[in-house]
Design a protein around this ligand. Structure first.
Ligand SMILES: [Zn+2]
Ligand SMILES: [Zn+2]
Length: 167
C-alpha cells in the first residue's frame, strides 16, 4: 500500500494528514542540530517541530523575506539563518543601535538602497525609532549617529571574526 503512494512521490495515510515526502528526511534543525522530518521538499524550513516556536518561526520568515529582498536587487545573500540567530543572541534580541528598543526589523547596516546585501556582517536587529521603514537608511542616519553605526559594524566584525562566510 505504502509502496504505491511512494511511487507517486508522497504519502498520505488519511485525508488531511500530512506525511514527510520520501527523500526529504535528512534535514537538520539549526537550533538543536537534530535530524527532523520535513513535510515538504519545497517548504523552506530550518527548524524542527520542537524548535519551531512562534518567536523563531517569525525570525525564519523575516530571514526569508530579507533574503528575497536582496536577491530582487541582485545583492549578495550569503547570510545563513543560524548567523541571524547568532546576531540576535549577541544583541539580546534588542535594537543594536539604541540597545533598548525592540527587535522590530532586520536592519541592513549598509542599506539595500546603497547596495548592502543580506550578509552576516550587514544585518542587525533594529527598532522602529532607529529605523524608519519608509525612508530607510537616510532617515536612520538622521536618527542614529555615524559613530553608533560604526560601533555596531565593529561589533559585527568581532562576532564573526574569521568565519562570516556561510558554512
Ligand atoms: Zn530543533
Ligand atoms: Zn533602536
Amino acid at each position: 500500500m505504502i509502496q504505491v503512494f511512494k511511487k507517486a512521490g508522497f504519502m498520505r495515510s488519511k485525508i488531511g494528514e500530512r506525511r514527510p515526502i520520501d527523500g526529504s528526511r535528512d534535514r537538520f534543525c539549526v537550533v538543536c542540530e537534530k535530524m527532523y522530518l520535513a513535510y515538504s521538499r519545497v517548504e523552506i524550513s530550518f527548524l524542527c517541530p520542537d524548535c519551531c516556536t512562534p518567536k523563531l518561526r517569525k525570525e525564519q520568515n523575516r530571514y526569508i523575506a530579507e533574503m528575497k529582498r536582496a536577491r530582487q536587487h541582485n545583492l549578495p545573500t550569503t547570510l545563513v539563518f543560524k548567523q541571524w540567530l547568532r546576531v540576535l543572541e549577541y544583541f539580546n534580541w534588542s535594537c543594536a543601535y539604541c540597545k533598548e528598543g525592540n527587535l522590530d526589523v532586520m536592519d541592513h547596516v549598509i542599506s539595500i538602497k546603497d547596495n548592502g546585501g543580506t550578509e552576516a556582517l550587514n544585518v542587525v536587529p533594529c527598532c522602529y525609532s532607529c529605523n524608519n521603514k519608509d525612508n530607510g537608511m537616510i532617515s536612520k542616519e538622521k536618527r542614529v549617529s555615524l559613530d553608533v553605526i560604526n560601533a555596531v559594524r565593529e561589533e559585527l566584525a568581532r562576532l564573526f571574526a574569521g568565519h562570516a562566510s556561510p558554512c
